[in-house]
Design a protein around this ligand. Sequence first.
Ligand code: MG
Length: 389
Amino acid sequence: MPDAAALVVAAGRGQRFGAELPKQFLTLAGKPVLRHVLEAFAAHPGIAAVQTVIHPDDRALYVAAAAGLDLRPPTDGGATRQDSVRLGLAALADLAPRRVLIHDAARPFVSGDLIDRVLAGLDRYPGVIPAVPVADTLKRVEDGAISDTVDRSGLWRAQTPQGFRYADLVAAHADLAGRELTDDAALLEAAGLMVGIVEGTERNFKITSKDDMERAQGLLAGGRRETRCGTGFDVHRFGPPLAGGLTIQLCGVAVPHDRALLGHSDADVGLHALTDAILGALGQGDIGSHFPPSDPQWKGADSAVFLRAAGELTAARGGRIVHLDVTLICEAPKVGPWRAAMVARIAEILDLDPGRVSVKATTTESLGFTGRREGIAAQAAASLDLPSG
Ligand code: MG
């Protein structure tokens, strides 16, 4: 009978790279990052039970990620990772496994072999962690300049799953409660117990940045990528002429005009068309489905928020924006004098090279609603580079 339990720590908010969801719930090759982890442990013959620690706000996300897997009911985490592990260990009390493996939910590439090595290491040590030697030269930096070169010999990078004898780890958490330590191995070290190293893998990296997510997508897609194109179209109506004039928001720039553009948000027709073009290439609905006009929080909103969110969704899929092209359709105001500022602002919102952004303008020769100066229309195209599959 297996006597080891896996404790998956998925309580972090982890929105470090601005995505909509905590990173363990982002989609990686068609399923949440967390599900990759849960499947790896649930399928391992040496693991008797899988216990997950979640944030209470993420219960619905967890239920979706864990659907159909044979797992223990999740338990709520605490304010820190250490608290969350302690609470997860408490949730395993009725099972009282002999050994427990603590794993970060944001390391989706944990393999059966790696779990085997950690379990085997526990025959020799009270605690075992996978680690990889530091290959890069290490520099200590102060105020942007190197103050010292650190001798890297004997330095390793710690990974998870970190394995322990359950009773030892429970005791260490109780004894050292209130002391902030960065991982569970550090708790055992502080308790004076020996922690051994087994060989980790570069593939078992932790997803903490957009680059990591892109790398993960690339690994699972076999490195295959594809270019997708999406289009967007939007119209906003002008209000009556105002004496003295005002400015309207066009492609993120305040442009002087004699009539307001009407809309629930700041009515930036150019940014709305671009947002829809990106969402179109992602196949993820439209601006109204992400930011409903019925929601009062978007009243008067800076439309940069919408465009940035579409950029973040792209990054969360491991994608990048190759090119954006938007055409503003109106008789007035004149766009030419503001074009460079618009390109610069769109590039800034999305952290893109301005060479990947195009802003154009045309009139409709006095024909139709734009010709009658009743409103402004915008159409946009977005090209995205995305992992296949
Ligand atoms: Mg709009």
